[in-house]
Design a protein around this ligand. Sequence first.
Ligand code: EPU
Length: 344
Amino acid sequence: MYHMEIHTNIPLKNYVTMRIGGNARFMVDVRTPSEVAEICKRAKAQQLPIYVLGGGSNTLVRDEGYQGIVVRNRIPGFHVIAETASDTTIRIGAGELWDDTVKRAVDMNLTGIEALSAIPGTTGAAPVQNIGAYGQEISETLVAVEVYDEQTDTITTLSNEACQFSYRNSIFRDGQMGRYVILTVTLRLYKSAPQPPFYAAIQKYLDEKQITLYTPQVIRDAVISIRSEKLPDPTQHPNTGSFFKNAIIEQWQLTDLRKEYPDIPTYDMPDGTFKVPTGWLIEQTGLKGQILHGMKVHDKNALVLINESATNYADLAAARDEIIGAVRDKFRIQIAQEPLEMTQ
Ligand code: EPU
């Protein structure tokens, strides 16, 4: 019989794309829901915390490492579970690479997640931060997630609504962090063609190539091309994608800021607030392209921090706090870090 192998004192910097951080006391790979149950029960018995790691592309590790069990989710699977004339419902194992999921859906000519192409990480991590890009968010196609609930030691299904999705957020990182291990993700994708209007950068790509027949594959190609221009490849330049969330501000703050900065870019949010691109705010402080404590503010996109030569979390934190301070001093806006931290 196959047994889970529990490894000890594993350098976590080899498992996160920022390439910083101390050791995990324990690390284990899980491939089935029953292995998840087993490891959760063992952790509980030994009073050890658990952190579920996907691809490590949205997780930061502190210098002290992690004194609990890091569980690498490797649960496989990609199955069509329902189909109608207009849509196809697919259940995907949390350990499948997210971009493999997108590729398979696009190969089936299904629309709904093609704009989320080339996002690093696993399928199980995607709902945690409600991944979104180029006009799509996973919350728009996600039907449900199957989870192991560490509180009740049972496997249950959470509906889309129960996940409480909002911009770059869900109960999995805010409210119920640490409670659920995501086992599978169920998505409903459509057989119709992708519909305009498209995100400006995508439309520009389509215009340049004179493409007027919109297929999921065409949009996937556009997104892969745009992302490769703006976002550094984490295998070459350690980074976690957008290091900060875009800022959400109230009407009164915008009115106030417009007096000083009439050209501040904003996007209307459904609830009457406004999203301000944090990349723009950071660029205005003059920090774009600069290196702080070994961390570089990416010269093609100020929202991204690249680990040029930092060797520890303290350097990263110092760089982050300087950037947050510079934006606060200039705009009176408090920007927030996007990646999660492994803390016990
Ligand atoms: N901008 C600047 N300077 C910069 C960067 C951005 O002025 O250095 C301004 C521009 O006005 C631009 C606007 O910001 O029009 C928006 O920029 P972009 O379209 O590149 O998107 P973003 O807000 O920087 C967000 C997501 C990305 C996602 C893109 C595309 C967040 C935190 N980030 O970035 O997601 O790919 O939109 O939809 O919401 C990620 O989360 O890791 C990520 C890469």
